[in-house]
Design a protein around this ligand. Structure first.
Ligand SMILES: [Zn+2]
Length: 346
């Protein structure tokens, strides 16, 4: 038996190929047959600029699937369980996992890297299965599947941005970026009680969804004009909380500039530059700049009931569903902004 999986060989070069079957390596591993995967905004960074690789990189870090095999030491999941995997694996027992920072797990790592194969495939090996996987209390074809799939990454990441930006009841918040993470950031900001939620974005379909998710104001300008507009909307002060969901120099700069003195910026857009802009402005305004790779594993138990009980519907960010063979075109569609987020049913 050989399975199909997605490999990226360089910028714009995504292929679905037959590869050796995923298999157990460590006694703490589980094998998961992927029933739902997706393409991430962060997959678009290598899609834009990855250097050519002769061997290719296995892609994908978000999935729901059915456990097909477990190693001898695995206790919390069994064959046949429907599970969601966070984009990072973690043991759940080390000092950082206990502090809720699973992305810094001392035995952890990330899917879709040189070390660990990706989930845009028919099956994936999940290291540290006990700490990583969460069993879902629904059936495989449940209508909630798109929303549950966002627990792998985008909903947990949007929530992390809101937590890092210290969103709280009655506070003002701004979300920079109208991709899937930004849209989930709107859901998270509303969920945590923000009174005013300003979305900074310019794609009409995404803005419309942001409004349905709870955005109260829209700023489609960029740079200085965007900063001016946000100030106008907030009595001239700026917002308490900024969710930075892009990672480009311009968006990081805008984030600092629209935060009010004493405010906080939660960064979840993977920074594309080594340095952070507006260091002096952040200093003189006492702005708390926080964030990083979201420990989405830490948030699944908290967010899951909101999805199963229908209070939030982050799965609406998926606006295209494709099969595994269409994954290369899925990358193109997301990169061309034709699709917000693409779901893959292998
Ligand atoms: Zn750990």
């Amino acid at each position: 038996m050989r399975m199909r999986a997605t490999l990226m060989y360089g910028a714009g070069d995504v292929r679905v190929e037959t590869v050796p079957d995923a298999s157990l390596i460590e006694p703490t591993d589980a094998l998961v047959t992927v029933t739902r995967a997706c393409i991430c905004g962060s997959d678009l960074w290598p899609f834009k600029k990855m250097e050519h690789s002769d061997t290719g990189r296995r892609m994908g870090h978000e999935a729901i699937g059915v456990v097909g095999a477990v190693g001898a030491d695995v206790r919390s999941v069994k064959i046949g369980d429907l599970v969601v995997m966070p984009f990072a694996y973690s043991d759940g027992t080390c000092v950082f996992c206990h502090e809720g920072l699973h992305t810094s797990c001392v035995h952890g790592g990330f899917f879709g890297t040189e070390d660990t194969d990706g989930a845009q495939a028919e099956a994936v090996r999940v290291p540290q299965a006990d700490g990583t996987l969460v069993v879902l209390p629904v059936s495989e074809d449940d209508a909630l599947m798109p929303s549950l799939l966002t627990l792998s990454d985008v909903m947990g990441t949007g929530h992390h941005a809101a937590v890092a930006a210290k969103v709280g009841p009655g506070k003002t918040a701004a979300v920079i970026g109208d991709g899937a993470v930004g849209l989930c950031g709107v859901i998270a900001a509303k969920r945590l009680g923000a009174g005013q939620i300003i979305i900074l974005g310019r794609h009409p379909d995404r803005i419309a969804l942001a409004r349905e998710f709870g955005a109260t104001d829209v700023v489609s300008e960029r740079g200085d004009e965007a900063v001016e507009r946000v100030r106008e909307l907030t009595d001239g002060y700026g917002v308490h909380s900024v969710l930075e969901c892009v990672g480009l120099e311009q968006s990081e700069l805008t984030a600092i500039e629209i935060a009010r003195p004493g405010g906080a910026v939660g960064r979840v857009g993977v920074p594309q530059d080594e340095t952070m802009p507006a260091s002096q402005q952040a200093f003189f305004n006492n702005i708390n700049v926080s964030g990083g790779p979201a420990p989405v594993r830490a948030y699944i138990e908290e967010l899951l009931p909101d999805i199963t009980e229908g209070r939030i519907e982050p799965g609406r960010v998926f606006d295209r569903v494709i099969g595994l063979d269409e994954v290369p075109d899925g990358y193109r569609a997301m990169n061309d902004r034709e699709a917000i987020k693409v779901m893959v049913k292998p």
